[in-house]
Design a protein around this ligand. Structure first.
Ligand SMILES: Nc1nc2c(c(=O)[nH]1)N[C@H]1C(S)=C(S)[C@@H](COP(=O)(O)OP(=O)(O)OC[C@H]3O[C@@H](n4cnc5c(=O)[nH]c(N)nc54)[C@H](O)[C@@H]3O)O[C@H]1N2
Ligand SMILES: Nc1nc2c(c(=O)[nH]1)N[C@H]1C(S)=C(S)[C@@H](COP(=O)(O)OP(=O)(O)OC[C@H]3O[C@@H](n4cnc5c(=O)[nH]c(N)nc54)[C@H](O)[C@@H]3O)O[C@H]1N2
Ligand SMILES: [Mo]
Length: 725
């Protein structure tokens, strides 16, 4: 396949098929063939030879090509706000005016209050965030607002603390036992190895364990399904390891030769018998014992975990205990187990992000409180809202957000909204208008993944990078994020740290691999061949050189050095008065096949497949409230109330409900686009967070559900058509 074809050439050919790496969703990473007609993308198909996607492509890819790429709402020019925030009055400006205004304002804030008074922000891994860090670092601000506190970064930080990279499932070497834990991989295709890799493995019939409060499609296929209470994962994993140790089912050779702190860890395990865990988790002790035996006895065995365990106060210990379990059973870095893949040859340029952050931890908002997050330069959002509200420890005056919709995805939306309203100067870079762009002072129009050259997957731990070449022209003056950030870096006065053209930065990243972007864009991928059990020769990159079950660094930081279960701040264990008012455990953000975060709601195709936000509720809980399948219902927490449609199903415990997240109705009026009616983060809390990582409780809070009399306005008012027309 000819990937050299430039957008210019394509205009002359009528029809052409080009090879790329799809990023119709944020995490992306699927090999794809895009058909172009007169330079316009019209069709997309999977690439069977792609080592990660193996021919698979999801419906969002089709939705993107059919509805999103050429959508009528696309932002085409830089704009500045001329009315009040949210009034919707905008004026087109030139790129030069936009970047000069931003640079002048940021530099003024820096001169008056210090660089830390400007926040740099981004969303989940969309392949530009290293550039966001580079600009923040050059500018001198340690405050980068991202999703790290609830997504993936705790894994990274905990792994780093243990002296390794994130251990991920070695699907290509066929685990004989797989345990999906808080990960609905088949729907979410999250992070490294997308769902098809799990699906293909399941066809071989390995033993399969699923740990999930909902009977998902995957739980339906499981030999053992552990239906736990949301937010209690640590109690469950500790009880499983309790059984493994008591029954001598652990890898003694590994423990004796390569670990420290095992005795202290065993003392802590004493506190988590299956009986104790049953009470906390609601999983019958017989099932806990059975799952522990199965997982410990079969080799190789691997754990696929997801954000089901990272969205809550127990986040860091949940990640930690699953890595412990992999180590304890001898599956860590073992073929077909959980493996630390080496970085591809071009990847190890972590210094690309900049190196000032660590000198700045004292200045980082919450840096001394949430040490684990700070150890990988992440902050939790509430520290920003606190500082905007109070001016302490210093004023926060400026913010630039790249590819993120905080008004949809951050906990406690009312607070986020108040803070953004109060903020002196906000810049948002997005492809479409959103509730968040409506709050901005300057909006910068981003090009899509098809409209600029980039290196795909370079944040992931599977050891691959892929080329994602420019295949179509951007509309209007939309610009790729990497290019915008490169230009901003220069405008801020850091010409020496940025490049004449952003493509030169791609050469810089690829330099250690000995290839240029021009060469790489015609390659399939770059990868280092995996090596196994590296600890046998190299040890672990921890202080002790071994795998530490007792984390001395945590003790030094003032945290518990051993894992423990912390009851979620709002749970059935709360006082009777509270539980009476909010009797149901709520877990939020179950991924759906049609949407990624708050994206794709503009797609006619995808909205037709999935028109409403759904709440999964058990028939008994529904009947108690006079709710029938398909009724509109209110979901209410101490912080807010939104409307979803009831999906009455016995796939969930009667004491638990599960809501989708990040809903808004782009077809409704700016500035809110109906998000107040439906976005579940009006209910979530931002303040009572994980002690080490600042993780917010998005899974495992309490709510009440009641029947709503009317459909939301989005479904009762006449409204403009969705789509590209
Ligand atoms: N289509 C689509 N794909 C996505 C996304 C999307 O929005 N849409 N988002 C992307 C992002 S940012 C991420 S981080 C990943 C997330 O993808 P995953 O890591 O797969 O996470 P979720 O789907 O949120 O949750 C996984 C499972 O955890 C269960 N769960 C809920 N609460 C708990 C709990 O307390 N404990 C346990 N053990 N399980 C629980 C849910 O029922 C769900 O089945 O997906 C990515 N991919
Ligand atoms: N209640 C609840 N809240 C959650 C979660 C949950 O499970 N429950 N999940 C959390 C998790 S794990 C995560 S990672 C976050 C996700 O958080 P984010 O990644 O911040 O999520 P999105 O709302 O999808 O915002 C992405 C925005 O970027 C825009 N965009 C897409 N591609 C590009 C691009 O190439 N360039 C630019 N400039 N813009 C682009 C989209 O139009 C959209 O407006 O949400 C978190 N919030
Ligand atoms: Mo995420």
């Amino acid at each position: 396949m000819d990937t050299k074809t430039s957008a210019e050439n394509l205009k002359q050919n009528k029809t052409e098929v080009v090879h790329t790496n799809c990023r119709a969703c944020g995490h992306a990473g699927c090999g794809a063939f895009v058909t172009l007609e007169d330079g316009k993308a019209v069709k997309i198909a999977g690439d069977k030879k792609h080592p990660i996607s193996k021919g698979y492509l999801c419906r969002k890819a089709r939705g993107f090509i059919e509805d999103m790429q050429y959508h009528k709402d696309r932002l085409l020019y830089p704009q500045k706000r001329v009315g009040e925030k949210g009034e919707g009055k905008w004026e087109r400006i030139s790129w030069d005016e936009a970047l000069t205004t931003i640079a002048e304002k940021f530099n003024q804030i820096k001169a008056e209050d210090g660089p830390e008074s400007v926040i740099f922000g981004h969303g989940t891994g969309r392949s530009h965030h290293r550039f966001v860090y580079r600009v923040a670092n050059a500018f001198g601000s340690p405050n980068v607002l991202a999703n790290g506190h609830v997504c993936y970064l705790p894994r990274l930080a905990v792994s780093k603390q243990l002296g390794m990279s994130v251990p991920i499932v070695d699907y290509d070497n066929h685990p004989e036992c797989i345990m999906s834990w808080g990960s609905n991989t088949i729907k979410s295709n999250a992070d490294e190895y997308i769902g098809v890799n799990l699906g293909l493995n399941l066809k071989r019939k390995p033993k399969y364990i699923v740990v999930d409060p909902q009977r998902t499609q995957l739980a339906d296929k499981a030999d053992i399904w552990l239906q736990l209470r949301p937010g209690t994962d640590v109690a469950l994993s500790m009880a499983m390891m309790h059984v493994m140790v008591k029954e001598d089912l652990y890898d003694k050779h590994f423990v004796e030769n390569y670990t420290t702190g095992f005795d202290k860890f065993c003392e802590r395990l004493e506190e988590y018998s299956p009986e104790v865990a049953e009470e906390i988790t609601w999983v019958p002790k017989e099932k806990i014992i059975e799952a522990a035996r199965v997982f410990a006895k079969i080799k190789p065995a691997a754990i696929q975990w997801g954000v089901g365990i990272e969205h809550g106060v127990n986040c860091a210990d949940s990640d930690r205990t699953l890595i412990f379990m992999s180590a304890l059973t001898g599956n860590l870095d073992a073929k077909g187990g959980n493996v630390m893949f080496g970085p591809p040859p071009g990847l190890p340029r972590m210094e690309f992000c900049g190196t000032n952050f660590h000198d700045n931890v004292d200045k980082m908002l919450g840096g001394k409180k949430y040490r684990l997050a700070a150890s990988i330069n992440r902050i939790t959002p509430h520290v920003i809202w606190d500082a905007i509200e109070t001016g302490k420890p210093y004023p926060i005056r400026g913010m630039i957000i790249n590819g993120s919709n905080p008004l949809a995805v951050r906990a406690n939306t009312s607070r986020v909204h108040e803070s953004l309203k109060k903020l002196e100067f906000l810049v948002v870079m997005d492809i479409y208008p959103t509730p968040t762009t409506e709050m901005a002072d300057i909006v910068l129009p981003a090009a899509t993944w098809m409209e600029h050259n980039n290196i795909a997957d370079y944040w992931k731990s599977h050891g691959y990078i892929f080329p994602r070449p420019k295949i179509v022209d951007a509309p209007g003056e939309a610009m790729g994020d990497v290019e915008m950030l490169n230009e901003l870096g220069k405008k801020l006065g850091f010409e020496d740290q940025f490049w004449d053209t952003y493509e030169e930065s791609l050469d810089y990243i690829l330099e250690p691999a000995g290839v240029t972007w021009e060469q790489f864009k015609d390659m399939d991928y770059l990868r280092n061949e995996p090596e196994y059990k590296k600890y046998e020769t190299e040890g672990f990159k921890s202080k002790s050189g071994k795998f530490d079950f007792y984390i001395q660094q945590n003790a030094d930081w003032g945290y518990d050095p051993l894992p423990h279960h912390q009851e979620p701040p709002e749970s059935p264990a709360r006082e009777a008065e509270f539980v009476e008012k909010f009797p149901l455990v709520l877990t939020t953000g179950t991924r759906t096949a049609e949407y990624f975060g708050s994206e794709h709601r503009q797609s006619k195709l995808l909205r037709k497949m999935h028109p409403y936000p759904l709440l999964n509720i058990h028939p008994d809980a529904a009947a108690e409230r006079g709710i029938e399948h398909g009724d509109w219902v209110y979901i209410e927490s101490p912080r807010g109330k939104v409307k979803h449609k009831a999906n009455v199903t016995d796939a969930i415990d009667p004491r638990v409900v599960a809501a989708e997240f990040a809903w808004w109705y782009p077809e409704m009026k700016a500035p809110d686009y109906g998000f107040r009616e439906c976005s579940i983060n009006f209910l979530t809390d931002d303040k009572n967070v994980g002690p080490e990582s600042g993780s917010t409780n998005l899974k495992g809070l309490m709510c009440q559900v009641s029947k709503a009399d009317e459909a939301p306005a989005a479904y009762s008012e006449s409204k403009p058509e969705l789509g590209i027309a």
